[in-house]
Design a protein around this ligand. Structure first.
Ligand SMILES: C[S@@+](CC[C@H](N)C(=O)[O-])C[C@H]1O[C@@H](n2cnc3c(N)ncnc32)[C@H](O)[C@@H]1O
Length: 350
């Protein structure tokens, strides 16, 4: 990315005011861009910054530049516990040099910049995870995330390296799409960092307002996995919010994902199953309570209609009684009048 493109994009991001973090990562290696320290310094004190790096260019001089620029967190990709695995997983990068650079970076960063590591769990690294953790701890890195490998939006073919199962096709949830905005070096906004062919163009931050692009994305919230590279995407970050896990095929996919991996993974599966069972039990109880409430409502309606009928009958009876009483009273008055001679019998013929 040129300095000119960066400035246009960065000014829009700063004016927008809602961005929570900037991660200089994606396709390629951020430390190879000579403007990187300037990019980072532009956000200093305004938005937290991260870079994800393969450590190949982390010379002490470069690390010092990043610290001076105000970088918040340096994420180091570290995949292998020995030269053989590391060099295979990191595309030929040198294991010894990487360890030397990392150790030095940790020393320089002390109290001035966070240094963490990201390990991709592949067929090759899976048996060495404990050793990888130990090596990173020895290098001075405590915070390590182990992320299950994915096929980079279908670009990594075969299962020789990555055997993560493909999620059910029907699930369109994509937290990567919903919560991140991927800006390519041209300023174009792509649907995802896995869009290596640039086919999911959704805007251009050099020519368009950021608000328009955000609005377009919000229209697709919850169904972001609709672009060509999403068809076979198995990146777990798609489900990091886990909104759909309970009671959907995604839960089965998650179980398959962790099956046979480790004792810890089995504990995780057991916890997930327990949570699913609890959710199910809660739903069943809610359903039962709802149907009982419905039953009571019907019973109440029946009783109310019977009561209304009884009240109507009582009113009719009262009216009859009062009519009868009135008739009796009139008859009594007539009898009395007749007895006291107040009523003169009609003359015959009248
Ligand atoms: C795409 S890289 C780009 C930045 C930089 N070149 C690097 O290697 O760190 C960002 C992160 O994604 C990880 N990554 C790359 N391919 C992956 C895959 N197929 N599965 C899981 N993680 C992967 C890398 O290990 C790295 O930590």
């Amino acid at each position: 990315m040129t300095w000119e493109t960066f400035q246009v994009v960065a000014d829009k991001v700063l004016a927008y005011g809602k961005t929570q973090a900037i991660d200089f990562a994606g396709m390629g290696e951020p430390t190879l861009n000579p403007h990187l320290p300037r990019f980072i310094a532009y956000f200093k004190g305004k938005i937290p910054t991260y870079i994800t790096t393969n450590a190949s260019a982390l010379t002490p001089k470069n690390v010092e530049r990043l610290i001076e620029a105000g970088l918040g967190t340096l994420i180091i990709s570290y995949n292998g516990a020995d030269a053989e695995t590391y060099e295979l997983m990191m595309g030929g990068l040198n294991f010894e040099r990487a360890e030397k650079y990392i150790a030095h970076a940790v020393q320089l960063a002390q109290g001035r910049m966070r240094v963490v590591a990201n390990v991709s769990v592949t067929r090759q690294t899976r048996p060495k995870l404990a050793e990888i953790r130990r090596r990173l701890n020895d290098l001075g890195i405590e915070k390590i995330s182990f992320s299950l490998c994915h096929n980079r939006g279908g670009h990594l073919k075969g299962d020789g390296i990555c055997d993560t199962p493909i999620p059910p096709r029907s699930i369109k949830q994509c937290d990567i799409f919903d919560y991140t905005l991927f800006v390519a070096w041209t300023g174009e906004v792509l649907a995802c960092c896995h869009d290596l062919d640039g086919v999911g163009k959704i805007g251009n931050l050099v020519t368009q307002p950021l608000e328009d692009i955000v609005r377009y994305k919000e229209g697709l919230r919850g169904q972001g996995a609709i672009f060509p590279m999403c068809a076979t995407c198995n990146d777990l970050y798609r489900f990091s919010g886990q909104a759909n896990i309970a009671g959907t095929p995604v839960s089965e996919w998650v179980y398959a994902l962790h099956a046979d991996q480790s004792e810890l993974a089995n504990l995780y599966i057991a916890a997930l199953r327990q949570r699913d069972a609890l959710v199910e039990a809660q739903h069943a109880q809610t359903d039962q309570a709802r149907s009982e409430a419905e039953q009571y409502k019907q019973q109440l309606a029946e009783v109310e209609s019977r009561l209304a009928a009884l009240e109507a009958r009582a009113q009719r009876a009262e009216a009859l009684v009062s009519a009868y009483e009135q008739g009796r009273f009139i008859r009594l008055v007539r009898t009395l009048k007749r007895a006291t001679g107040q009523i003169v019998p009609r003359a015959e013929g009248q």
